[in-house]
Write a protein that binds this ligand. Sequence first.
Ligand SMILES: [Zn+2]
Length: 581
Amino acid sequence: MTTVEQTLLDSLSLDAPWSLVEAFAELPRWRPEDVNASAEVIADRLKALGVPVEMHRPNVFLSVPISASIEAAGETHRAKPPSMSISAPDGISGELVYLGANVKNLRSYSRDVRELFGDSFTSWDDLKARIAGRILVTEGFGNPALTQLAEEWGAIGLIAVNPGIDIHWGTCTTIWGTPDLDDLPRKPTIPVVAVSNPSGQALIALARDGGGATIRTEMQEGWFDQAIPTVHIPGGGEPERFVFVHGHYDSWDVGIGDNATGDATLLELARVLWHNRQSLRRSVRIAWWPGHSTGRYAGSTWYADAFAIDLDENCVAQINCDSPGCRWATSYHQTTCMPEMQPFVTQIIEHVTGTPPKFKRPNQAGDYSFNNIGLSSYFMLSSTMPNDVRAEKGYYDVSGCGGNIAWHTENDTLEIADRDVMMTDLKIYLLSVLRHANAPVLPADWTQATREFRMTIAGYQEAAGRRFDLDPAQLATTALEQALDRLYAAIDAGAVSEDAANTVQMGLARILVPLNFTRGVRFAHDPAYTAPPLPVLHAAVELPEHEDDTVGFAKTQLMRGLNRFVAAMNDARRLVESATP
Ligand SMILES: [Zn+2]
């Protein structure tokens, strides 16, 4: 811990952040006009703290849920439509069909349908014939994968039965941000609603009796100007390079744990870093996003597009801030982090909390809109509830609010925020940003990534057996790892200039992050499916599931993926060697 670090940590205060949390507790932030009004609140607070703010106002594509209901057997059930459901104000009626399994991860038709659904269906054709033209009822959060499957199977509507008595808002599209022409065919074409578990049980019983229902959804879909407040804090040593910290300020309802606490954390970071900017070597950029909930990250996606070249040339890392500072969230056992950043983040969390964290691979979610550009990344979720606390409360799994099931409901109110947890998270964020901005050599350890790659490839090889040889991938990875060992030893010995070392560190992120998290090209946006590690090699795992008629296609895909992988590894190795004396 340096004196500067200690001084800045000591200057953290809950005054400004807690006051913003309290203000946001009165401000629903999901209708486009309310979202813009709350951006002004953030900007006013920044100005009052003496921090200059720049406001962007892009035009983005949103789908705002207004209302939904289900009528069945003479009863009206409360429901919520996820963002990007189609609007069906006059209602869509049909017979109900229930699929009683966790279908959301099913993408393979080669598995025996009976293995998945028991004896309810005799074959995939039978399953599709029974679902086509009907309203599908199944458990879940109305998520995109489920919606896409329902569409593929010909369902005319989807009812997602939530696990508890509350109904969770969400989204049902796999399109990341504002769609481009290539994305548009994936836009959902059916009405989707979420219902509470009691309503769901009634509808499941009705489906078993061959009953029907009418789904009504009302959406406000279109293009909206939405404000993005940003703060640019110039560093003294390398002002063009910057650490990028960001989080969304639009929320479902007043969304305190998701994400007023994050907005407050960013506000305090802006205050402390702006007034201590003479201590910064690199710059720090802070952004608050709209369009997270109703545009599937439309705000951060717009920024990734509009500032793509700047991010590519100058951004040293992105740090996401979503749902910090929540009630009972005292554990760091599911902290989001890319492999190359794990040693760095471990040191910081261990320093602040006394306990080393456990990490979770970033899924295709949050405002991770920068994977295709290739930015080293950490946090999305930081703190969460310890497992025993969650078990004791009987909570099901949610994706924010520190594990509080108020997540994405009208219960996400002031009581979800916690002052002590917020201060701990503030220290972790501040120390991360400060150290990252000031490290003479950027702190990524790429041997952590290559080690993970080798394990991933070994697992894929085991799954593929003799059907495909992934040795070229292993050899290229090992060669890169050995080159990295030589470079890092030379850096430690002071034989490489900081500038040369940092050019390599950033260049590796541009090559290796897309390889570990995306299938698509750079400067596009992959769909919001959870990507397996090294997605271009993942077809190896599916080889044993293919029959003779499809295995050739899978092998062709894998060969192309292998080529992309090996060529990228070779590029990375040459980059590393170019800076090694
Ligand atoms: Zn969030």
